[in-house]
Write a protein that binds this ligand. Structure first.
Ligand SMILES: Cc1cc2nc3c(=O)[nH]c(=O)nc-3n(C[C@H](O)[C@H](O)[C@H](O)COP(=O)(O)OP(=O)(O)OC[C@H]3O[C@@H](n4cnc5c(N)ncnc54)[C@H](O)[C@@H]3O)c2cc1C
Length: 385
C-alpha cells in the first residue's frame, strides 16, 4: 500500500486507539446489531465518552475544540473495518457541521452538549418518497406563523432515522418559490412527528434507514437554521464535505475487501496450488492494488484541499464518483476470487459487496456527480442557446 503522507504521528496514535476501542466496543456486537437492524445507543454514548463525537465543538460544549478533518477520516476508515452500519460519520461530518458552522449560539448551547456526548444522535432529512436527486421538488412544507413554524410532509430513506434524537429537516417555506428551502432542527419528541418503518435493505443491515412523518408539527422559530430561504445554499456547501468523508469510507471498505481477499486466495487451493498463484488472480490483485493506491492519493489530495477550505464542489463530486465506482469494481472482483464462498454470508466479503452498492447512489448518484463535474467544465444543457 502507498504510504499516505497526510497523517502525523498523533494521527497514527489516534488510529491505534480507535481500532482498540472498536475491537472492544463494536466487534462483539456486530451480529446482534445486524439482526436488530440498528446499532445500540450504548456504542454512541461510549464514542461520546471517548471524545469521538464532533471533536471540533468548543470545549464549553464538552468538545475538544479540535477541527482536524483527518481525525474523522481515521474514525470513518477504522469503523468501516468493523461495521459500515455504524453511521458516526453522518453525525460528525454530515449533520453536526450545520450546527457548528451555521447554528445560532442559542442552538449550539441547547444542542451541542448532547451531540458531543451522544445523547442526541443526528440525522438529516432531504429525500422524500417523491424525490431524491431533484431537491427542488421536495413537498414537505413549513408555514411561517411568526414565533413558530408548522411542518407538514414526509421523508424517506433517512439514515439514523430510528435511533436519532435530533433531525435537520429540509422544507419548502414559500409556495411560490421552489428554491426557497428552510432547514429546521426537529427534536424527536415534538408532537406530530412520528418515525415510520425501519426499512429493509439489501445491505448495511445494522444501519437504521427510515421513513419520517410530520403532521402539524409546531417548530419554534429558534429551531430554524439560516434565514428560512437559504437551505439550498447551506446544503450545497455541506454536501462537499459529505462527499469527501463518504469517499474515505468507501475506499476503506474497498481496502478491507482487498485484505480479506488476499487472505482467502493465499489459503484456498485448487488444482494443487493456492488460488492466489494463478496468473489471473495475481493480475486481478495487481490491478486492484494499483486502483486503491491511486484512489488513496486522490482522497488524501482532496482531504488536504478540504482542510485548506479549497475543496470545490466539482472536486468533491469527482472524488465521490471515482472512489465509489472503483469500490464497486473491487468488491465485485473480490467476490469472484472467493468463488462460491464469496456468496455466503459467513464470509465477510459478501457483506462488503452488498454494503458497497449504496455508495454510487446516496449523497448524490454517480449520474448527478457527472452532472456537477460536466457543468463545471462549462457543458451545461441549460445554456443551449
Ligand atoms: C441506504 C440509504 C440511505 C440514505 N440516507 C439518506 C439520508 O440520511 N438523508 C437523505 O435525505 N437521503 C438519504 N438517502 C437518499 C439518497 O440520497 C437518494 O436515494 C439519492 O439521492 C437518489 O435519489 P432517489 O432515490 O430519489 O433517486 P432518483 O432521483 O429518482 O434517481 C433515479 C435514477 O435516475 C437518475 N437521475 C436522476 N436525475 C438525473 C439527471 N438529472 N440526469 C441523469 N440521471 C438522473 C439517478 O442517477 C438514478 O440512477 C439514502 C438512501 C439510501 C438508499
Amino acid at each position: 500500500m502507498l504510504k499516505r503522507r497526510i497523517f502525523e504521528e498523533e494521527h497514527e496514535i489516534f488510529r491505534a486507539s480507535v481500532r482498540k476501542w472498536a475491537e472492544q466496543n463494536m466487534a462483539p456486537h456486530i451480529e446482534a446489531w445486524n439482526e436488530a437492524g440498528q446499532v445500540s445507543k450504548e456504542v454512541w454514548l461510549s464514542a461520546g465518552e471517548n471524545g469521538f463525537l464532533a471533536m471540533y465543538a468548543d470545549e464549553k460544549y464538552g468538545g475538544l475544540g479540535l477541527d482536524d478533518f483527518r481525525y474523522d477520516m481515521i474514525l470513518n476508515e477504522e469503523l468501516t473495518n468493523f461495521d459500515s452500519g455504524f453511521f458516526l460519520p453522518l453525525h460528525n461530518r454530515i449533520v453536526a457541521p450545520y450546527l457548528h458552522k451555521s447554528g445560532t449560539e442559542e442552538q449550539k448551547d441547547r444542542f451541542m452538549p448532547d451531540v458531543v456526548s451522544g445523547k442526541r444522535i443526528l440525522a438529516i432529512g432531504m429525500t422524500e418518497p417523491g424525490t431524491g436527486s431533484d431537491l427542488a421538488a421536495i413537498r414537505t412544507r413549513a408555514d411561517n406563523k411568526g414565533d413558530h413554524w408548522v411542518l407538514n410532509g414526509s421523508k424517506t430513506y433517512i439514515s439514523n432515522g430510528q435511533i436519532a434524537g435530533l433531525y435537520l429537516i429540509a422544507a419548502r417555506t414559500d409556495p411560490a418559490d421552489p428554491r426557497a428551502i428552510g432547514l429546521f432542527w426537529v427534536e424527536e419528541e415534538r408532537a406530530g412527528f412520528t418515525k415510520g418503518r425501519n426499512l429493509k435493505k439489501m445491505g448495511l443491515q445494522s444501519q437504521d434507514t427510515s421513513e419520517l412523518f410530520f403532521e402539524d408539527v409546531v417548530i419554534p422559530a429558534e429551531n430554524l437554521l439560516g434565514n428560512g430561504r437559504d437551505g439550498f445554499k447551506l446544503m450545497m456547501k455541506n454536501l462537499a464535505e459529505e462527499r469527501m468523508i463518504g469517499a474515505s469510507g468507501y475506499l476503506a471498505r474497498a481496502e478491507r475487501a482487498f485484505t480479506v481477499t488476499m487472505e482467502f486466495i493465499t489459503e484456498r487451493r485448487a488444482f494443487g496450488q493456492p488460488i492466489g498463484t494463478f496468473q489471473n488472480s495475481r493480475f486481478k490483485m495487481a490491478e486492484m492494488r494499483t486502483k486503491l493506491d491511486a484512489a488513496w492519493a486522490f482522497v488524501d489530495h482532496c482531504a488536504t484541499e478540504h482542510m485548506e477550505g479549497a475543496l470545490s464542489s466539482e472536486h468533491a463530486a469527482e472524488v465521490k464518483l471515482f472512489v465509489s465506482e472503483i469500490e464497486g469494481e473491487i468488491v465485485d472482483a473480490c467476490v469472484q476470487l472467493h468463488g462460491g464462498a464469496g456468496y455466503m454470508q459467513e464470509y465477510e466479503i459478501s457483506r462488503h459487496y452488498v454494503d458497497a452498492r449504496i455508495s454510487r447512489i446516496y449523497a448524490g448518484t454517480s449520474e448527478i456527480m457527472k452532472e456537477i463535474i460536466g457543468r463545471g467544465l462549462g457543458l451545461d444543457d441549460r445554456k443551449r442557446n
